[in-house]
Design a protein around this ligand. Structure first.
Ligand SMILES: Cc1cc2nc3c(=O)[nH]c(=O)nc-3n(C[C@H](O)[C@H](O)[C@H](O)COP(=O)(O)OP(=O)(O)OC[C@H]3O[C@@H](n4cnc5c(N)ncnc54)[C@H](O)[C@@H]3O)c2cc1C
Length: 405
């Protein structure tokens, strides 16, 4: 029976490893860090997950937080200029979304994997080592997007290459923020400056999880929101954030964060994501092919809230394809056919949606205006975060009313 090696223990690698292990397939998972180090590390994402993703995790026995994590019922969208709302609506999701700190999730999934007898290696092998070890396995799946390994995957020529990130990011997990009265996430567009996104989530060690508010600032590079220095302490990041909220948000929104404090010493992150769409099959220096999943193949700015959802769907599709072929071979052509349903059904729609959200084309701006007076359209628009493929229907002629079905 083909032995599978998975590099990267995150949103894609961990569920894939669990699914294969549960099905009795020989699998080795390579993680950069032990569970305790993940838990004691810095926040990595804001990871809101939509119902289809949560369903996948529940079905795989990984949805431990479903009844515990706060439900995000929809989006309270506002466009704000000079501190005043110039547009606003609320759109409710058909079913709630949730967000659980990746530190909590990955630490628990890693521990469960070991407890279930999974084979785990801790390390950060260089490409030459990955190549050498790949010869011992029937299939190597790469789900970590570090530069050297990612470079083994050619850019997809069908997608424009981004030369820089669209946004500079700042993430904070907060205690003491006043919750939205309707359990909605807020999405504030500051035209020309960026976005402020915030929703309730769950953080803390497994068994000690608690509610918090997760805040993401998406700053246009070089603009007035782009004030974060990677060398800032987390308390300095909080101070800068509160000043930005005070300056740019309407007072009633900024007030929600005035008493906020970081949930822990590593609850703040700054950085940027340069989007990239790559081919799903990489070639190691020896010429050996490897299958890529998650961010390594489709990396998106977090503003569209797609990457974790995308990675989870990738894991499910790859697991099904591997389990359908107990003895392989897992050759290059099999890899392309295994990846195609994920790319065409999920990843490419997510990448298009993310690009559109960050820089809404005129038609989408019109729809956002219309949604103010059309609650069904607002709901449908909110649901597009969960089903980016629906964006096509928004773009269709006569769009302007909520897509049906
Ligand atoms: C600020 C921010 C906010 C986000 N918000 C959302 C959101 O709301 N919704 C959403 O769907 N997505 C969101 N994302 C994106 C989402 O977090 C990622 O797309 C998702 O985690 C990708 O899954 P993955 O399995 O490909 O990679 P990861 O989940 O990053 O897993 C990769 C794993 O590989 C490990 N690793 C890294 N380098 C090495 C190495 N050299 N050697 C060994 N292991 C290594 C990492 O530690 C990690 O465990 C956000 C991202 C960011 C940065």
């Amino acid at each position: 029976m083909g032995h599978i090696r998975i590099l990267g223990a995150g949103e894609c690698g961990l569920p894939l490893a669990h699914r294969l292990l549960r099905a009795g397939r020989p699998v080795t998972l390579v993680a950069a860090r032990e569970a305790a180090a993940v838990l004691n590390g810095t926040v990595t994402s804001t990871q809101v997950k939509f119902p289809a993703t949560l369903d996948l995790e529940t079905a795989a026995g990984l949805g431990h937080w479903r009844s515990m994590a706060p439900e995000i019922q929809g989006i309270r969208l506002a466009a704000v200029l000079d501190g005043r709302r110039i547009l606003g609506w609320t759109g409710r999701f058909s079913r709630p979304a949730q967000s659980v700190d990746q530190r909590t999730v990955f630490a628990r999934w890693l521990t469960d994997y070991i407890d279930a007898g999974g084979d785990l290696e801790i390390g950060d092998p260089p490409v030459a080592e990955v190549d050498r070890r790949a010869a011992e396995y029937d299939l190597t799946v790469v789900t970590r997007a570090s530069g050297e390994l990612a470079a083994c995957f050619p850019a997809d020529p069908a997608w424009p290459a981004a030369d820089r990130p669209a946004r500079q990011l700042a993430v904070l997990y907060l205690d003491g923020a006043i919750p939205d009265p309707d359990d909605l996430g807020i999405y504030v567009s500051l035209p020309g400056l960026g976005e402020v996104i915030s929703y309730p989530g769950l953080t803390g060690a497994p068994g000690e999880e608690r509610r918090c508010e997760m805040l993401l600032i998406e700053a246009r590079p070089g603009g007035p929101l782009d004030v974060f220095d990677p060398h800032d302490s987390s308390s300095e990041q909080l101070r800068r954030t509160l000043r930005l909220l005070d300056t740019y948000l309407p007072a009633d929104l900024a007030d929600r964060y005035r008493a906020a404090e970081l949930t822990d010493a590593r609850a703040a992150l700054t950085g940027a994501v340069k989007p990239a769409v790559r081919l799903p099959v990489g070639t190691l220096p020896s010429g050996r092919p490897v299958l890529g999943g998650g961010d390594v193949v489709c990396r998106m700015d977090p503003g569209g809230a797609q990457g974790a959802n995308n990675a989870a769907h990738c894991a499910e599709i790859y697991a099904a394809a591997i389990l359908a072929r107990p003895d392989g071979p897992f050759d290059r052509s099999w890899m392309f056919s295994a990846a195609t349903p994920w790319l065409t059904g999920t990843a490419h729609h997510a990448a298009r949606w993310t690009a559109a959200v960050l820089d809404p084309p005129a038609g989408m701006q019109q729809l956002m205006q219309s949604a103010q007076h059309d609650p069904a359209l607002a709901n449908a628009f909110a649901d597009t975060f969960a089903r980016p493929a629906d964006m096509v229907r928004f773009a269709a002629p006569n769009a302007g009313t909520a897509p049906q079905g």
